[in-house]
Every structure is written in C-alpha cells, then in structure tokens.
Design a protein around this ligand. Structure first.
Ligand code: 4AD
Ligand code: MG
Length: 432
C-alpha cells in the first residue's frame, strides 16, 4: 500500500500510520542528535522529529539542509503526543525538498510594521496572518449562510459607476474611454435598492473604494462591504438585522476558530458577550453622554474619541439612530415625527473598534430626492435611473453596509484594519 498524502489537520485519523505531508519548513530546532522540524501545510502545524540514531547520518543531514520556508515533502509515522500542538507529532522517515529557500527575509528577528507590509506576500505565511485570514473566511461564510437562510439573494453591484453614493470627497475617478469619466464604487447600495424592488431581499458583498486621505487604523482605500437591502422594511428592521447578524458572526467565530483565537491571543470571553439584544440610543442621547467629556460639537458626526467615550464600559455594540440629516447621505429618509433627523443607524463596536455598520431607511419621495440631489450638488442625469425606482412602484425600504475589515479587526482584536485584509490598500501603500 502506498503512503497516503494527508493534511496536517487530518493527522488524528492516521495515528500509528506512515503518511506523507506536503508543506513548508516553518521553523527548525536542532541539536547534534535531533532535528525538530516545524512543518506547516496551510491546514495546520506539526513537529517532525528526525533522530540521528533512527534515521541514519544521510537522512539526518538531508533533513538539516532546507532553509526556513523551503517547501518540503515529508514522510513519517504519526504519533500521539499530548504536549504537541494539535496533539500529534511525526517521526520522520524521509524528507524531499521541493523548492529551496535561502535567507528568508522574515527570519526570527522582530520586524517593524512597514517592513512586514512591504513583505505582505511572505508575511501571509506567518501565524497571525493565517489565523486572521481563517477568521475572515469564517465571517464571510457566516454572513452568507445567515442571509441565505433568511431569504436574501446575492446580487453583485458594478465596480465602475457614473456617480458618487457617499459624498464626492472620497471618489476615485478614472478615464472611461475617450470622453467619459467613471468612478470606482463607494458602495453598491443604490444598485441594491433597484435589486430589492426586483427580488425583495438582496445583498451585495464586494470591494468598495474610498479616496480616504486619513491615515487612521480604521481606514483603507479598498475595503470589502456587505450591503443587505430589503423592500418593505424600516429602520427598525435594519437595526434588528444588524443585531442578529453580528451575534451570529461572533457565535460562529467562537465555534469554528478556537485555535485561531489562541494564536491571536484574543480572549474568547470578549466575543462570548456579543449576544443580542444590543443597547440602542438616539444621536441626541449619545451627544448628551459626551457633554464635558470631549471637544465634540453638537450637530457634528462623532469622531473616534467621541465614539470611545460613548461606548466606554460597554461590552456589546451600540446602535446609534436618528442622526442630524446634515451629516448623512442624500438618500436618507427623514423622521416623519421630527424632520431634523435622518432615519440612519451606525453600529459602534466596543473596545474602540468604532463604526462597523452604517445604514438606515431610504427616502422614497421623488420630489424630496430631487431636491437632495441638487443640494448635495450631485449630477442629476447620473441619478435618473435611481429616481425611476421612486417613479415606478416605490415602497418603504432599508438596508446597511457592514465593513468587513473593521468586523474582522474587532473579532480578532487587531490593532489596525490593514491586518484584516490580505493585501491592504492605503493612501501610501499599493505594493505588493
Ligand atoms: O457608513 P458607510 O459609508 O455607508 C455606506 O456606504 C452605505 N451606502 C451602506 C449602505 O447602507 N448600504 O460605510 C459602511 C461601512 C462603515 O460602517 C465601515 O464599517 C465601512 O463601511 N467603511 C470602511 N472600512 C474601511 N475603510 C474605509 N475607508 C471605510 N469606509 C467605510
Ligand atoms: Mg458611515
């Protein structure tokens, strides 16, 4: 019988058997008589043991040759070992180098963030990035599972757009053939409004682009956004969905990613608290909390220090609703009880992670929207299709946008959203 080729994650099924692994040399410790090869294959990490006495001089020497991050095929027998990470080790009987690696740039010494970001293509192989990317994958799958279970249809929005959705100051523009300007999408929302009128409950999940000149730990120029949109829905419906979705995301990460949370030194107890219901308050109430605490001016959007002061002591996200319409986008519906307020909601994560969701109820009145488009100095021609949605069978509808990287950063306890995306794009970074 030939030796089965297996994944490290599946080693438990092969105790006592000879198997082959295909991976990379993550690390090595050696003495005169023993080599300890840390082998990773993407599914996990295992220690391969080569003893000179058992392996013989020739194999012992060969096993000692490959450099850090060389790719290897390793054959050996699987042994249970309670002390080993993952519970198993491999007694190595053969090592073949597939691709050599000499002087791996991310060696054992500590590196600064800029060096790591410039080597992101290699840094991805390390423990924290792989744990983060696995949790990102869990979150993406949790979102899609929950929305499909609840009857949402995935509809993709275009990336090239004729106009702004979220204000003109952060638009990336480009030449679209000879004499047309186009923009990279800031949000798929307007297209989801059209799709919701066709399919009822929809979502898009893709990249969004913002020419953010701010260098904060929460801003990328290219980030991923989940945008559900629902026909016959209100601000309340949106708040309920934000709440249940975030609760299910945290539960799924806790269920699927215990090992990754350990690798990231993220305390699971923090995530265990993300259970609905979440506290809700109006902008007006939140502003009152800030009195004499920060240099906040009533009527403005909340800055990071304001968000931190408002959420201080909370261990769940906070939903802030009913905003001064001046700080919100053109499409927001006004509160019928008090037209000072836009029916928007921001969800602020605890621990200083800030706004992870923005959304609300959409204006349905044609004349009102025409007026807003003019007030916001948006090109009306580019919005005629959007206005058609109000001309032909408009209904109350609502939705939101969830920033994936901010959510991942929060779940993983990361210091910066740039670690929450495989290849971050920021004001001063477009390499690798
Ligand atoms: O609050 P925003 O700007 O809302 C919209 O774009 C709406 N059109 C969404 C909708 O209702 N369909 O963005 C939504 C979320 C923010 O709460 C934040 O999490 C994330 O997107 N986000 C960013 N994430 C990283 N870098 C940036 N530059 C971001 N800008 C927004
Ligand atoms: Mg926002």
């Amino acid at each position: 019988m030939s030796t089965p080729c297996v994944r490290i994650a599946d080693l438990a099924q092969y105790e006592g058997q000879s198997v082959q692994l295909q991976g990379w040399l993550y690390n090595r410790r050696s003495s005169k008589k023993m080599q300890f090869l840390q082998i990773r294959d993407g599914s996990g990490l295992v220690q391969g043991i080569v003893s000179k006495a058992d392996a013989g001089d020739e194999l012992f020497e060969r096993a000692g040759a490959p450099g850090q991050e060389a790719s290897l095929r390793v054959t050996g027998t699987v042994h249970a070992d309670a002390r080993a990470p993952g519970g198993f080790e491999l007694r190595v009987t053969e090592v073949t180098e597939v691709g050599a690696a000499t002087d791996y740039p991310l060696g054992k010494q500590a590196h600064g963030p800029d060096f790591l970001l410039s080597n992101r293509h290699l840094w991805l192989r390390s423990k924290r990035p792989t744990a983060t990317l696995r949790i990102r994958d869990t979150i993406i799958r949790a979102i899609r599972d929950v929305l499909h279970r609840d009857g949402f249809i995935n509809v993709d929005a275009p990336m090239f757009t004729p106009a702004a959705c979220e204000g003109t100051s952060t638009l990336f523009d480009l030449d679209y053939f000879e004499d047309t300007k186009a923009y990279l999408t800031q949000s798929g929302q307007l297209y989801m409004e059209a799709a919701a009128m066709a399919l009822g409950k929809v979502y898009c999940f893709g990249p969004a682009f913002r020419a953010e000149k701010s260098k904060t730990r929460k801003h990328l120029t290219e980030f991923w956004m989940l945008e559900p949109e629902m026909a016959y829905a209100s601000l309340e419906d949106v708040m309920d969905l934000c709440e249940s979705l975030l609760g299910e995301i945290a539960a799924r990460v806790l269920n699927d990613n215990q090992r990754e949370l350990v690798d990231l030194e993220r305390d699971p107890a923090v995530l265990e608290k993300i259970v609905p219901p979440f506290p809700r308050m109006t902008y007006d109430e939140a502003a009152k909390i800030l009195k004499d605490k920060t240099d906040f001016t009533y009527g403005d959007d909340f800055g990071a220090p304001d968000e931190e002061a408002i959420t201080a002591g909370l261990d769940k996200p906070l939903l802030i609703h009913r905003w001064p319409h001046e700080v919100k986008a053109f499409y927001m519906k006004r509160d019928p009880n008090d037209p000072r307020w836009a029916l928007g909601v921001d969800v602020i994560a605890p621990e200083g992670y800030g706004e992870i969701i923005g959304g609300g109820e959409r204006a349905t009145d044609l004349a009102f929207l025409e007026e807003q488009i003019e007030k916001h100095e948006l090109p009306k021609e580019a919005f005629e299709w959007y206005l058609d949605l109000r001309r032909y069978g408009t209904v109350p509808h609502a939705g939101f946008g969830l920033g994936l990287e901010r959510t991942v950063a929060w779940m993983c306890g990361l210091a910066h959203v740039r670690e929450a995306i495989p290849f971050p794009r920021m004001m001063h970074r477009i390499y690798p």
